[in-house]
Design a protein. Structure first.
Lengths: 571, 436
C-alpha cells in the first residue's frame, strides 16, 4: 500500500513539475509504428514495404498500407527487415543446475536440505527459480530472442516450464505463461532409489499412477469418508497431478536415439498424449519413430560430441586413412555434419520441431549455431518457423506469439540484413512493445569474448547525459552526470524529485550504476542498467519494490523535453 | 614414443574399421550349400544345404534345391550350426546393471544398448541371442532383456520377441555384500543368508496380500461399481506375476543349501525357479533341481574366485545334465561371449558329454531357458534363420567363425572383418615409413 502511494507520488510529482510530453501529441506507452519496414509476417509470408503498428504492447495493424494513428511513436526503419521475436523454446540459463545423481545406492553427499530434492520437485515453476543475473536478458535480446521457455536441465521431475519475456524486470513480471509443461527427465536420485536408468523409468511410471490414484482416493474420501480412508498427502504426487490428468503437457528430456525411443515408449505407458521430446540431439537416427508420434521435438543446439553420438558406426561410411587428413579427422568432420544436420533431417521428414538453446553456453552462441544450421542446409524458412511459430505452439502461445499479426504481442526483431546472414545486425528488439536498442558489437572484439580493457576499448561513460524515463506512461526527464574511469564510475542522477548519487562501472558497453534514493518515505535502492553505444544509452532503472522503468538518454546537448528523445534518432 | 604413436594409430584405424561392417539391410533370401550342418535336433547333415527365406529356414537337407536368384554361400569345409545363445550376460546395457539402491526391485527392466561394440564381438563369436540380466546386488533384482544381436538396430528392434519375461534373483555373498568393505552398520539388510530367505518370504507375503486386496476389490466391484480399487504397485504386481509364473526366475546361486532354500521358498509360494545361474554346487543337488523343474546355467571351469565358489568342480555341467537338468554354459562377460563354443567343449572333456549334448549347452538348452526354443536353438524348417558358420568344427582349437546370420541377414562376415587386419597392416606400414 505504502509503495503504491509512493509510486503515485513520484508520478504525480513528475507530471506536476514538468509536463514532459510534447505539446500537441499524447503518446501511450509501448506504442510505436515501424514504417517502411520489410516485414516477415510469418515464414514465407513477406510484405516488402509496410508498417507495423502496435499499442500498449500489442500489434494493432500490419500491412503495406497500414495507417499510423495518432499517439504512437513513428519509427522509420527503412532498409531493415522486421521478424517476429525469436523464441528459445527451452533453456535453463538463470535456473539452478540439478546435479546428476550418483551411481549406485551410496549417499548423495549433500546434507538433506529442507524442502524437496531438486531432482524430484515437480510442483516448482521455473520462473520461481529464475535469477537471470545482470546480462542474460540483454544477451538474449542481442540474439533476437524475445521469449524463452524456461526449462530445468537434469533431474527426474525437476519442475515445470515457464514461458517468459526477455524484458527487463523482476522475474514474475516476465511471465507470459506458467506453467507451460511438466518436465520429466532420466536423471537419477541422489542417494537411494532410483539409481539407474531402468529404475528411473519404473519410478516415473509408478509416480504417475500414484498421482492419479491420489486424486481418486481423495475424491472417494471427500464423497464418503465413512467408507474410504484419508489418503496420505504427498507433495511430489500433488505436483504431478495436472500432468497426470492431461491438463498440462509433458516435456520429456531425451538426447540419445535410444533415450528418445524410451521417451516415446514412456509416454505411451504413462498414457500421456500431449507431450514433446526435449533435447532430441539424436532424433536424426530415429526420425521415422519420432515422426510416427506426431509430437513435436524441441531440438537442442547443444550438439553432442560426434565421437560419442550413438550409431556412428552404422550411419557413417567413411573411407579411413586416405588423403592428408588423419582417419580420425575425416570421420569427425563427417560425423559432425551428421550431428549438426539433426534439425535438417527432421525438417525433411516433416517432423515439427522448435529450436532450443538448452545446454548451449550463451544466447550469442545460440544465434551462431542457428546460422550454422542454415549454412549447412536447413532452409531459412524452416529455421524461422522453428524459432517462432512452432515454439509458440509448444509453449501454448500460438495465438499470442510467433507471427506479426494484429492482436498478437508486439515481440519484434529489427534486423539490418537477413536474420540468417552472419553479416546481419540485430539493431532493435521490441519485447511486449518495449523498445530495446541493441548496442553495436565492438569492431574486432572477438567472437563472444569479453573485450580487452575495462569498458571495451575507447568508449567511456563519462559525460553529461540527458534523457527520459518512461514512468507509467509519462516521460520523465532526467540528467545523468557521470565521472571517473569506466571501471570505477560515479554519477549523479538529477530529476525534479532531487538528486541521487550512483556508483558502478561500464563493461563491454553495459553500464551498471547503483545507489540509494532518499525519498520522504525512506531510502529506496535504485539500479540503473543500460547499454551504451557511442553517445546513446538505452536501459532501465529498477526502483526496488516498485518495478522497472525504461530509459533512453543521449550524451551532451540540451536537456530533453519528454518524448523528444524517443524517436529523435530515427526521424 | 614410437610404440605409443603406433598403438594410437592402430586404435584410430580400428575405430574406423567398425564403420565398415555391412549396414543392416532387410532380410536376405540366401542359401548355404555343400556344408556340414549340425542341426542339433535332427543329426548331422554332410554336404547339406539350407535355404533361408524371409528370415526363416525354408528348407534343410542333402537334396534340397536352391531356388534361382538366391545369394549362395559355398559351405565347402564349413561347419554350420544354429546361432549360439548366451543365457547370462551383462553386455550392451544402458544406464546401470544393478538398481542396487534397494534389495527388491523386480519392477525395473534392463535397458539394452543396441549400439554397444560387444554385440559385434558376440557376433564374431557366433552368438546371435543373449539374456541380459540384472546384476546380483539385489535379492530380487530387475527384469532381463532377451535380445538378438541386431547390432545398431533401433531400440525396439533389439528385443527377442516372444522370449520369456525373466527376473533376476540373487543369493549369497553378493546380496549380503559379504565382501563389501563398508562397515557392518552401513550395509543394508539382508546381511546374512538367513536374512535373504526372510526377505524373500516377507515380500512374497506382501505380494499375496496385494493380490488378495485386488481379488476383494474385484468382488466388491460386482456390488458397487464405484468401489475404490487398491493402489497399483508395480513392484508388488511384478512379484504377483512371478508367483503366477508369468515372469520366470533366473537365480544367481552358488551353494547347495541356498539352492534348496530358494526352491522351498518358491514352492511355498506356488511358483518354480526356472533357471539357477552359476549354480556351481548344482552337482550336489541335481536330483532336487530336476524334480523342481529348474534348469541350470553355469561356467565350465571357473571356480574359487570367492569363498562360496570354492566347492565347484568342472564336472558340474555333465553331472547335472546326467540327472536330467537342462544345462547351459554362459559367458557372464562381454569378452568370453566371443568363445562360448570353447566353454561348451569342456563338457566333453569333463564328464564325457556327447558332442551334441555339449553343443546343446550353447544352443537349444539356453533357448529353452529363455523360452525361445520354438524359434531358435536348432536348425529346423520354420525356425528363425539364426545361423553360425564356422570354418571347422567349433570344438577344434583353430576354428573360427566365418559368418554369423541373424534373421537371414549376415551381420558378421569374416571377409569384411579381414579389412580390419589389412588396415592394421597399413597402419603399421605407414607408421614405420613415418618413423624412417
Amino acid at each position: 500500500m505504502r509503495r503504491s502511494i509512493l509510486a503515485w507520488t513520484l508520478v504525480l510529482a513528475a507530471i506536476g513539475a514538468q509536463p514532459a510530453a510534447a505539446q500537441n501529441e499524447v503518446t501511450t506507452p509501448r506504442s510505436y509504428a515501424l514504417t517502411n519496414a520489410r516485414i516477415v509476417v510469418s515464414p514465407g509470408d513477406v510484405i516488402e514495404q509496410g508498417t507495423i503498428v502496435f499499442r500498449e504492447g500489442r500489434i494493432t495493424a500490419v500491412g503495406a498500407d497500414a495507417q499510423v494513428p495518432a499517439g504512437v511513436i513513428r519509427l522509420d526503419v527503412e532498409g531493415a527487415t522486421v521478424y517476429a521475436g525469436l523464441i528459445d523454446a527451452a533453456n535453463g540459463a538463470g535456473l539452478p543446475t540439478i546435479a546428476a545423481g550418483g551411481r549406485g545406492g551410496g549417499g548423495g553427499g549433500d546434507a538433506e536440505a529442507s524442502g524437496p530434492p531438486p531432482e524430484l520437485n515437480p510442483g516448482l515453476n521455473a520462473v520461481d527459480a529464475f535469477t537471470p543475473g545482470d546480462d542474460l536478458l540483454a544477451d538474449y535480446r542481442a540474439a533476437g530472442v524475445t521469449t524463452v521457455g524456461l526449462a530445468f536441465s537434469g533431474g527426474i521431475f525437476p519442475g515445470r516450464v515457464s514461458a517468459v519475456s526477455m524484458r527487463d524486470g523482476m522475474p514474475a513480471a516476465l511471465v507470459l505463461r506458467s506453467p507451460v509443461a511438466q518436465q520429466i527427465g532420466f536423471g537419477r536420485k541422489r542417494g537411494g532409489y532410483p539409481s539407474t536408468l531402468m529404475g528411473v523409468l519404473a519410478y516415473i511410471e509408478q509416480s504417475f499412477k500414484d498421482a492419479r490414484y491420489d486424486v481418486r482416493a481423495r475424491s472417494a474420501f471427500e464423497t464418503s469418508p465413512g467408507n474410504s480412508p484419508l489418503p496420505p498427502y504427498d507433495a511430489e504426487h500433488e505436483g504431478l497431478q495436472a500432468a497426470a490428468a492431461g491438463e498440462l503437457p509433458v516435456w520429456i528430456a531425451a538426447s540419445g536415439a535410444y533415450d528418445i525411443e524410451r521417451a516415446i515408449d514412456l509416454a505411451a505407458k504413462l498414457n500421456v498424449d500431449n507431450y514433446a521430446i526435449v533435447g532430441g540431439q539424436e532424433a536424426f537416427r530415429v526420425v521415422s519413430a519420432v515422426g510416427a508420434t506426431g509430437r513435436p521435438v524441441i531440438v537442442s543446439l547443444d550438439f553432442p560430441n560426434p565421437n560419442q553420438a550413438t550409431g556412428r558406426s552404422f550411419e557413417l561410411h567413411v573411407a579411413p586413412a586416405s588423403g592428408e587428413d588423419s582417419a580420425d579427422e575425416q570421420a569427425d568432420s563427417a560425423a559432425a555434419k551428421v550431428v549438426r544436420g539433426n534439425a535438417a533431417a527432421l525438417a525433411e521428414a516433416g517432423v515439427p520441431f522448435a529450436l532450443a538453446g538448452t545446454g548451449v553456453s550463451s544466447p550469442a552462441e545460440f544465434r551462431r549455431r542457428i546460422l550454422t544450421l542454415v549454412e549447412e542446409g536447413l532452409s531459412p524458412d524452416a529455421a524461422l518457423r522453428a524459432l517462432t511459430v512452432t515454439p509458440a505452439e509448444v509453449l501454448g502461445l500460438s495465438r499470442v506469439l510467433g507471427t506479426i499479426e494484429a492482436g498478437k504481442v508486439a515481440n519484434l526483431v529489427v534486423v539490418e540484413g537477413d536474420l540468417f546472414d552472419e553479416e546481419a545486425r540485430i539493431a532493435q528488439v521490441f519485447v511486449q512493445g518495449e523498445r530495446y536498442d541493441i548496442p553495436r558489437q565492438p569492431e574486432g572484439g572477438g567472437r563472444g569474448g569479453r573485450a580487452g580493457g575495462p569498458g571495451g576499448g575507447t568508449a567511456t561513460a563519462a559525460g553529461e547525459w540527458n534523457g527520459s524515463m518512461d514512468m507509467q506512461g509519462q516521460a520523465f526527464a532526467f540528467t545523468l552526470t557521470i565521472t571517473g574511469q569506466n571501471d570505477a564510475l560515479s554519477a549523479t542522477l538529477s530529476t525534479e524529485m532531487g538528486a541521487t548519487t550512483l556508483r558502478g562501472d561500464l563493461t563491454d558497453g553495459r553500464l551498471a550504476l547503483d545507489g540509494i534514493f532518499e525519498s520522504p518515505q525512506g531510502q529506496i535502492p535504485l539500479s540503473l542498467r543500460a547499454s551504451v553505444t557511442g553517445d546513446e544509452m538505452t536501459g532501465t532503472i529498477e526502483i526496488e519494490g516498485m518495478g522497472t522503468v525504461s530509459l533512453t538518454a543521449r550524451r551532451g546537448g540540451a536537456a530533453v523535453q519528454g518524448n523528444a528523445i524517443m524517436d529523435g534518432g530515427n526521424r | 614414443m614410437r610404440r605409443a604413436a603406433l598403438s594410437s594409430r592402430i586404435l584410430s584405424v580400428l575405430a574406423c574399421a567398425a564403420i565398415l561392417v555391412p549396414a543392416a539391410a532387410g532380410a536376405q533370401d540366401i542359401a548355404i550349400r555343400n556344408a556340414t550342418i549340425q542341426t542339433i535336433t535332427n543329426g548331422l547333415i554332410e554336404n547339406g544345404t539350407i535355404v533361408v527365406r524371409d528370415g526363416r529356414i525354408a528348407a534343410i537337407g542333402q537334396n534340397v534345391e536352391i531356388p534361382s536368384g538366391m545369394e549362395v554361400i559355398d559351405g565347402q569345409g564349413m561347419y554350420v550350426m544354429p546361432g549360439l545363445i548366451d543365457a547370462h550376460s551383462h553386455m550392451a546395457i544402458d544406464g546401470g546393471i544393478n538398481e542396487g539402491s534397494e534389495s527388491v526391485t523386480p519392477e525395473v527392466r534392463i535397458q539394452p544398448n543396441p549400439d554397444d561394440l560387444t554385440i559385434y564381438r558376440a557376433l564374431a563369436g557366433g552368438v546371435t541371442s543373449a539374456n541380459l540380466l540384472h546384476g546380483s546386488a539385489n535379492t530380487i533384482g530387475g527384469q532381463a532383456a532377451v535380445i538378438k544381436m541386431r547390432w545398431g538396430s533401433q531400440l525396439d528392434s533389439i528385443w527377442f520377441e516372444g522370449a520369456n519375461r525373466i527376473v533376476k534373483f540373487a543369493l549369497g555373498e553378493n546380496v549380503t555384500r559379504a565382501s563389501s568393505n563398508q562397515s557392518d552398520a552401513d550395509r543394508r539388510y539382508p546381511k546374512s543368508r538367513m536374512g535373504v530367505e526372510q526377505l524373500l518370504r516377507w515380500w512374497f507375503t506382501e505380494a499375496r496380500e496385494y493380490q488378495a486386496e485386488w481379488q476383494t476389490y474385484e468382488q466388491e466391484r460386482q456390488r458397487n461399481r464405484n468401489a475404490l480399487p487398491p493402489r497399483e504397485n508395480l513392484r508388488l504386481q511384478a512379484l504377483v506375476d512371478i508367483m503366477n509364473g508369468e515372469i520366470k526366475v533366473h537365480a544367481h546361486s552358488y551353494r547347495a543349501d541356498e539352492i534348496l532354500m530358494l526352491m522351498r521358498v518358491a514352492e511355498d509360494f506356488g511358483f518354480r525357479i526356472n533357471t539357477f545361474q552359476h549354480v556351481l554346487e548344482g552337482y550336489k543337488v541335481a536330483d532336487e533341481m530336476a524334480e523342481h523343474g529348474a534348469h541350470a546355467s553355469t561356467f565350465a571351469e571357473m571356480w574359487g574366485y570367492k569363498v562360496e565358489a570354492n566347492d565347484a568342480i568342472p564336472f558340474n555341467m555333465a553331472m547335472m545334465a546326467d540327472r536330467g537338468v537342462v544345462v547351459s554354459v554362459n559367458s557372464d562377460s562381454g569378452e568370453r561371449v566371443r568363445r562360448l563354443y570353447q566353454e561348451a567343449a569342456m563338457g566333453m572333456k569333463y564328464g564325457d558329454m556327447s558332442e551334441v549334448d555339449a553343443l546343446k549347452m550353447v544352443t537349444l538348452n539356453p533357448a529353452i531357458q529363455l523360452g525361445v526354443d520354438e524359434q531358435v536353438g536348432s536348425l529346423e524348417v520354420g525356425k528363425d534363420a539364426d545361423i553360425t558358420i564356422f570354418n571347422g568344427h567349433p570344438f577344434a582349437p583353430a576354428s573360427r567363425v566365418e559368418k554369423t546370420i541373424v534373421d537371414g541377414r549376415v551381420l558378421f562376415d569374416r571377409d569384411q572383418a579381414m579389412t580390419l587386419e589389412k588396415l592394421i597392416q597399413r597402419a603399421v606400414t605407414t607408421t614405420t615409413e613415418d618413423a624412417s
